[in-house]
Design a protein around this ligand. Structure first.
Ligand SMILES: *[C@@H]1O[C@H](CO)[C@@H](O)[C@H](O)[C@H]1NC(C)=O
Ligand SMILES: *[C@@H]1O[C@H](CO)[C@@H](O)[C@H](O)[C@H]1NC(C)=O
Ligand SMILES: *[C@@H]1O[C@H](CO)[C@@H](O)[C@H](O)[C@H]1NC(C)=O
Length: 777
C-alpha cells in the first residue's frame, strides 16, 4: 500500500519518551522500510481497499524527491461529487474512478501518487500532488474541493506519571457484562497490546458482523479484547499499530480496560469510570494526520464498529474544511456513536473543538478524588495542595519555606539557579509559557531544595493538573498561593511549613468542577449549537501505560473524558440497541448534572459558576442516562437540512460534507436553532423567537410530563407550548415550542441568558433537562 511521507508527531513536544524505545523503534522502522522499499519496487502498489493483507505494503523510505516540481509535492485530500452511477459503486470501482483524477499514476521516482482511496468516510481520496496539479484537477467533472493533509492534535496535557501499580495490588476486578457485544473503535496513536488491561479473560469472541483485520504480529496478537488493529500513519497500512507515544494505549484503556483498579480509579460518582464497558471489544486504528484519520473512519465503519472515540482534533474550520467532521457525519449516518474531545484550549472563549452536531463533544471535569497534602504554615494557617508523591516521599519534618522570586521573573518561576534554599521548601510560580514544571523542579533540586510548592497560574486557577516531577512537588491553587506568599513575605525569612501527605481521599467537595483547560463554547462554526455537550472526568485519571505490561500512568485532558463517554455510549448501545447516536447523546445530556455535589451550579477554575459554554448540559450521570424518560432524536437527513441552512455554504461545500449531491431546495433547510438538539441555544435579535422540539417517550407508556423553566432573568420571557405532554404509549412522539421574548432587545445587547427547561414526569421520577442559552446579539 501507498502512504504519505512521514510527519512528526504533533503536540508531543512536552512528552518524555524514553530514548531506548525511540531508538529501537527507529531502527525497526528503518529495517522495515528497507524491506518494504524492495517489495514496493516489485509491486504496483494499489489501494489498500481492494487488497488482502499480504499485499498491503507501506512505501515509507522511498526517496520521492527526484524531479524539480516534487519540492511542492504534498499529500492532498480531494473531495469529489459522485456521479449517479457511482452511488453504489464497489471500493475497487471507486478507486478506479479516483485514479482517473490523477495526472499520472506515479511520481517520477516511481512512488505511487495515491495514498488512500476512501470508500465511505469522505467521497474522495488522498494523493501526492503539487498545487498546480490540484488546480488542473479542479476543472474535472466531479471535483469539489481539495486541501493539504494536516497533522492531528492530540488533546492531552500531561507528562505521564508512572504509578508502578501491578495488577496484583490493584484490588478487586469487577467484570460487568456491560458492552460485551459492542465494538469500540479507538482512533489514536496505536496500542501497547501486551498491557494487562487488554487481556481477554471472560470476553466472548467478536460479534459475527465484525469484518475488521488485525495487523498485530507475534508476540503481540489480537484476542477477544483487541479484535482489530490497523495502521494509517506514515508507516503505512500493514504496519503494526504499536503505540510509541502513550496516548492511544491510555485512551484505549479508559474506554474498555478489562481490568479495573477499583482502588485507584473512582472517576464517576456512581462507581468505577474506567472499565464501565470492560467487556467491550476494541478496534485500534493508528493515525497521525487527517488522511490517516479518514482512512481509520472508513475502515471502522466498514469493519462493523459501533462506537468511535476520538481524542484528537483538526483546526476548527467550517465543516467542509474539517475532514474529521465530514468522516464523523458518515459514521453517524451508519449509526455509529462518535465521542470526541472538546479540546484543551480552555478557558478561552470559543476554544471548543469537534463541535459538529453529529458527534458528542466532551469537556473535562475534575473528579472527587484528590491526592492531598496538608501544608501547615508556621503561623498556624493551614492549606491543602495536591501531589503525586505518596505518603513517605513528602518530607515530614518542618521545613523552612522560601519564595526566591520577589523582584525577578527568573527567580519567581525558579528558572534560574537559586541560592540559600538548601533543605527548604521552595515556592515557585508556574509559568508554562516559559518553563515546564519539570525544569522548575530540576532547578530547585540542583539548588539543593527539598521540595517545591508550585503555585498555579491565575488562568488555571483552582484546576490542579498533576504531573510527574524530579522532587516532591505540591501543587496549590492560585488563591491559596497568594495567601501563602503573604505569609512568606511577612515572616521575614522565618517562614516554615510542615507537609503531611494524606494519600488518596475521596468525596472532595464541591465536585465536579470544570478543568481550566477544557474547551469552551460558543462554537464559531456550527451555527450556534451549544458545545461542548457534556463534561466527564478528565483530570488526573489513571490508565494503562504504553511502556510495560503492568504499568499505569496518570493523564489529564479532554482526551481522557472523550473515551469515558464513548464507554458510556457503548453501554447504552447494549441496553438500547434501537437508539440512534442522537438518541444516545440526548439520553446522556438530558440526565446529566448541572449542579455539583453541594447542589450548587458547577464551578470552573475560577470558583465561579461555569455556565453552559463550559459544561454544556452538565456532568455525565451514566446510570440515569440509561433511563432518560424522553429523548430528542435526530435523523441523518436532518443534518443535511441543517447543513443546507448554514449561512454561506456553496453547493460544493454542502456536497463535500454530505458526500453526495444535495438539492437543498427539495431536501429543505433548517436553522441550527431548529435542529432537534437536546440543548436550545438561540440568538434573539428581535423581540421574540420560537423554536420547535420533538421528544419521544422512552419511559413508561402512559406518562405525563410538565414543563418547568428555571434560571432565566425576569426580562427574558420563556413560554413552552404546550406545557403538559401526555403520552399514551412507548415510542410516541410529541412536539412543543419554546418562545423566548424580550421587550427591548436594544437595552440588553450583548447579554447572554442561561437557564434550564425541564420536563418533569408526574407519573415517574424522570426529569428531562435541556440547557437554554439565549444571546442578544
Ligand atoms: C533524496 O534524494 C535527494 C537527491 O538525490 C537527496 O539530496 C536527499 O538527501 C534524499 N533524501 C533522503 C531522505 O534520502
Ligand atoms: C460488581 O458489579 C456488580 C454489578 O455492576 C455489582 O453488583 C457488584 O457489587 C460489584 N462487585 C464488586 C466486588 O465490586
Ligand atoms: C494550565 O495547565 C495546563 C496543564 O498543566 C498547561 O498545559 C497550561 O499551560 C496551563 N496554562 C497556564 C496559563 O498556566
Amino acid at each position: 500500500m501507498c502512504k504519505a511521507t512521514g510527519r512528526a508527531w504533533p503536540g508531543q513536544t512536552s512528552y518524555s519518551i524514553p530514548a531506548p524505545m525511540t531508538v529501537l523503534h527507529y531502527q525497526l522502522h528503518v529495517l522495515y522500510s528497507i524491506v518494504v522499499s524492495l517489495l514496493a519496487l516489485l509491486s504496483f502498489c494499489p489501494s489498500y481497499l481492494s487488497l488482502g493483507a499480504a499485499q498491503l505494503l507501506p512505501i515509507a523510505g522511498l526517496n520521492g524527491s527526484t524531479s524539480a516540481s516534487s519540492s511542492q509535492l504534498q499529500t492532498y485530500i480531494v473531495h469529489l461529487r459522485k456521479p449517479a452511477h457511482m452511488v453504489s459503486a464497489s471500493p475497487s470501482e471507486l478507486e478506479v474512478w479516483h485514479r482517473s483524477f490523477l495526472p499520472t499514476p506515479s511520481l517520477d521516482s516511481g512512488e505511487p501518487r495515491m495514498v488512500y482511496s476512501y470508500g465511505r468516510a469522505i467521497s474522495g481520496f488522498a494523493a501526492k500532488l503539487t498545487p498546480e496539479e490540484v488546480d488542473a484537477m479542479a476543472a474535472k467533472e466531479g471535483f469539489l474541493l481539495a486541501h493539504p493533509d494536516e497533522p492531528l492534535v492530540f488533546e492531552t496535557s500531561w507528562v505521564p506519571y508512572f504509578l508502578r501499580l501491578s495488577t496484583a495490588d490493584s484490588g478487586l476486578w469487577n467484570l460487568t457484562n456491560f458492552a460485551k457485544t459492542i465494538v469500540v473503535a479507538v482512533i489514536d496513536s496505536g496500542i501497547n497490546p501486551s498491557h494487562s488491561s487488554f487481556v481477554d479473560t471472560y470476553i466472548p469472541s467478536p460479534p459475527s458482523k465484525w469484518k475488521g483485520r488485525c495487523d498485530l504480529r507475534s508476540p503481540n496478537k489480537c484476542n477477544n479484547k483487541i479484535i482489530g488493529a490497523r495502521n494509517f500513519d506514515s508507516a503505512g497500512p500493514g504496519a503494526e499499530p504499536l503505540d510509541n507515544n502513550g496516548h492511544g494505549t491510555f485512551v484505549a484503556s479508559v474506554v474498555g480496560s478489562n481490568i479495573v483498579p477499583n482502588a485507584n480509579v473512582n472517576g464517576l460518582a456512581e462507581g468505577s469510570a474506567a472499565g464501565i464497558s470492560a467487556g467491550a471489544h476494541l478496534a485500534i486504528y493508528r493515525a497521525d494526520s487527517a488522511s490517516g484519520l479518514i482512512a481509520s473512519f472508513d475502515e471502522a465503519i466498514r469493519d462493523g464498529a459501533d462506537v468511535i472515540t476520538v481524542s484528537v482534533s483538526l483546526p476548527e474550520g467550517r465543516f467542509y474544511s474539517n475532514d474529521l467532521a465530514i468522516a464523523a457525519l458518515s459514521a453517524a449516518e451508519s449509526r455509529l456513536f462518535v465521542s470526541c474531545a472538546a479540546g484543551n484550549g480552555g478557558p478561552h472563549r470559543s476554544s471548543v473543538r469537534n463541535g459538529a452536531p453529529w458527534v458528542l463533544t466532551v469537556g473535562a471535569s475534575t473528579i472527587d478524588r484528590a491526592l492531598r497534602v496538608f501544608l501547615d504554615l508556621g503561623n498556624g494557617e493551614k492549606f491543602t495542595g495536591e501531589s503525586l508523591e505518596r505518603t513517605g516521599q513528602v518530607p515530614t519534618q518542618q521545613l523552612n519555606l522560601v519564595f526566591p522570586g520577589d523582584g525577578s521573573n527568573m527567580l519567581r518561576t525558579c528558572s534560574a539557579p537559586l541560592t540559600g534554599v538548601t533543605g527548604m521548601a521552595v515556592v515557585c510560580q508556574s509559568d508554562p509559557a516559559s518553563i515546564s514544571p519539570q525544569e522548575q523542579g530540576e532547578n530547585v533540586r540542583n539548588s539543593m531544595g527539598a521540595a517545591m510548592i508550585l503555585m498555579n497560574s491565575q488562568l488555571n486557577g483552582s484546576t490542579l493538573i498533576l504531573e510527574d516531577n524530579v522532587l516532591p512537588t505540591v501543587a496549590i491553587t492560585h488563591d491559596d498561593s497568594q495567601r501563602i506568599l503573604n505569609y512568606v513575605r511577612t515572616a521575614g525569612g522565618r517562614a516554615t511549613v510542615t507537609m503531611r501527605a494524606e494519600g488518596t481521599i475521596y468525596s472532595v467537595s464541591p465536585q465536579p468542577t470544570v478543568a481550566s483547560i477544557s474547551g469552551r463554547g460558543p462554537s464559531r462554526v456550527n451555527g450556534g449549537i451549544l458545545k461542548p455537550d457534556v463534561i466527564g472526568p478528565g483530570v488526573n485519571i489513571i490508565g494503562a501505560s504504553s511502556q510495560s505490561s503492568n504499568g499505569f500512568v496518570m493523564m489529564s485532558g479532554t482526551s481522557v473524558s472523550a473515551p469515558m463517554l464513548a464507554s458510556i455510549g457503548a453501554m447504552l448501545k447494549v441496553t438500547h440497541p434501537a437508539w440512534s447516536p442522537a438518541a444516545i447523546r440526548s439520553a446522556i445530556m438530558t440526565t446529566s448534572n448541572h449542579l455539583n455535589n453541594a447542589r450548587a451550579p458547577i464551578v470552573d477554575q475560577t470558583g465561579g459558576p461555569a455556565g453552559a459554554f463550559a459544561i454544556g448540559a452538565g456532568h455525565v450521570h451514566p446510570l440515569r442516562a440509561n433511563d432518560p424518560g424522553l429523548v430528542y432524536d435526530i435523523q441523518p437527513e436532518d443534518y443535511i437540512r441543517y447543513l443546507c441552512g448554514l449561512p454561506g455554504y456553496t453547493q460544493r461545500e454542502v456536497d463535500a460534507v454530505a458526500r453526495r449531491s444535495v438539492d437543498c431546495a427539495s431536501e429543505g433547510r433548517i436553522s441550527a436553532e431548529e435542529l432537534n438538539y437536546p440543548s436550545i441555544a438561540v440568538a434573539l435579535s428581535g423581540v421574540r423567537k420560537t423554536v420547535t422540539r420533538t421528544v419521544r417517550n422512552e419511559g413508561p407508556g402512559r406518562s405525563t410530563y410538565m414543563a418547568e423553566v428555571e434560571g432565566m432573568l425576569a426580562e427574558m420571557g420563556v413560554e413552552v407550548n404546550p406545557d403538559v405532554l401526555n403520552f399514551m404509549e412507548e415510542g410516541e412522539e410529541q412536539s412543543f415550542t419554546v418562545t423566548f421574548s424580550i421587550a427591548n432587545p436594544m437595552e440588553f445587547r450583548g447579554q447572554v441568558y442561561e437557564g434550564q427547561l425541564k420536563w418533569v414526569a408526574t407519573t415517574s421520577l424522570h426529569v428531562v433537562r435541556s440547557p437554554l442559552v439565549v444571546t442578544v446579539p
